[in-house]
Design a protein around this ligand. Structure first.
Ligand SMILES: NC(=O)C1=CN([C@@H]2O[C@H](COP(=O)(O)OP(=O)(O)OC[C@H]3O[C@@H](n4cnc5c(N)ncnc54)[C@H](OP(=O)(O)O)[C@@H]3O)[C@@H](O)[C@H]2O)C=CC1
Ligand SMILES: CC(=O)N[C@@H](CCC(=O)OP(=O)(O)O)C(=O)O
Length: 348
């Protein structure tokens, strides 16, 4: 049976990437796409790279338009998906690429986002290691409401969870500095601004513990077993269209060494199709993962500093959003988890 899907916010970057993956997914058919200012336009006039979807025209994003599908993917700005989702039947699988249903703490929502709190949904990070050794994918089977993680959050969580679960790193005093591409900010970021100010520069933003992904990272680290995690998180916008390179450090627990560190990460991800730990001495680049639903992890122990250094690369629009949405959709519907998901990137 083919699953019928509507994608809301399909004129944006995240929605466009969801469509690129679904277009080649053998188990689904995209029957409806919606937009806001682009409603009424043909999809391929706005997303000209999506040639096989030339039969689609953007409708308005309304509950009526989205009703009647087996699955709905929401790729709307923060605050826009809560009300839309609430009007869809419980039996419809709804995946929200935005933040509206990620945080379990209403206080965190109010502090970092504000506006109406809609409650948390099942979290869409299948590889998330729980403190008891289980994986989060078990919670996704049969789920009908899924909150897709933030892209920076995915990188930092995948980078830290094995060390926390196996108690080789201290969950307080963590640091993460991320080089991020501007596509993470969506299509709304002004093109002229990108050309004149972003190119040729590296620009920090949300410095000093203010980034809205911090509570989501801490929430995940608690799931992995950290009682009181704390992290200093600094993103830096760099001139690459896609990608995140997260450089994360953590203090070694007493008694932990290079061997126990490597074994913690390798055992956590040895069976994962989309998360790979690189051999000793190898570190990932963002260019290695462009277009792929893959996160690559490099590890080192800095003996002098007494810290583990974890470097994670992923494509913010694939493993950081659209790929995570499709992977979660597969699990929710009982399809093979990797169906329709590219493991290989594009190069150069
Ligand atoms: N870009 C990324 O790497 C990631 C994005 N996300 C999340 O995905 C969601 C979409 O982000 P992204 O694609 O980057 O953003 P874009 O700005 O590229 O796209 C936003 C989409 O939402 C539509 N839209 C804009 N305003 C409204 C509104 N008031 N009501 C309904 N629809 C509206 C736009 O329509 P139109 O263009 O026709 O006006 C467009 O389709 C966000 O919640 C974002 O946080 C999550 C992880 C990573
Ligand atoms: C460059 C840039 O601005 N990137 C965004 C990442 C967007 C993302 O992960 O998604 P959500 O907005 O859904 O949380 C940021 O750092 O906030």
């Amino acid at each position: 049976m083919t699953v019928s899907i509507a994608v809301a916010g399909a004129s944006g970057y995240a929605g466009g990437e969801v469509l690129r993956l679904l277009a080649d997914h053998p188990g689904v058919e995209v029957t409806t796409v919606t937009a806001h200012s682009n409603a009424g336009q043909r999809l391929i006039d706005v997303q000209p790279h999506l040639r096989s979807l030339d039969y689609l025209t953007f409708a308005e994003t309304t509950p009526e338009v989205l009703a009647g599908h087996d699955a709905v993917v929401l790729a709307l700005p923060h605050g826009a998906s809560g009300a839309v989702a609430a009007s869809l039947p419980d039996s419809t699988l709804v995946l929200d690429c935005g933040a509206d249903h990620r945080l379990t703490s209403e206080a965190d929502w109010e502090r970092f986002y504000g506006g109406e709190y809609h409650g948390a949904w099942t979290y869409g990070l299948p590889e998330l290691l729980h403190a008891d050794g289980t994986r989060h994918r078990e919670h996704l089977s049969g789920a009908r409401r899924i909150a897709v993680p933030g892209c920076n959050v995915t990188a930092v969580t995948l980078g830290l969870a094995p060390g926390i679960r196996s108690e080789v790193i201290e969950p307080a005093d963590l640091t993460a500095a991320l080089a991020v591409g501007p596509s993470g900010a969506g299509r709304a970021l002004k093109t002229m601004l990108l050309g004149s100010e972003l190119m040729g520069s590296a620009s920090p933003y949300a410095v000093g513990g203010t980034h809205r992904h911090i509570p989501e990272i801490l929430q995940n680290l608690r799931v992995a077993g950290a009682a009181h995690p704390s992290i200093s998180f600094t993103p830096v916008l760099v001139p690459m269209s896609r990608g995140i390179l997260a450089t994360i450090t953590a203090r070694l627990e007493p008694g932990a060494d290079a061997s126990s560190v490597r074994s913690a990460w390798e055992s956590a991800y040895s069976s994962e199709p989309f998360v790979h730990v690189l051999p000793e001495g190898h570190f990932p680049k963002t260019a290695d993962v462009v277009g792929a639903n893959t996160a690559l992890i490099g590890l080192a122990v800095d003996e002098d500093a007494g810290r583990v250094v974890v470097v994670v690369a992923l494509d913010n629009l694939v493993k950081g959003t659209a790929g995570a949405a499709v992977q979660s959709l597969n699990l929710a519907l009982g399809l093979p988890e990797d169906l329709g998901l590219p493991r290989n990137g594009v190069a150069p």
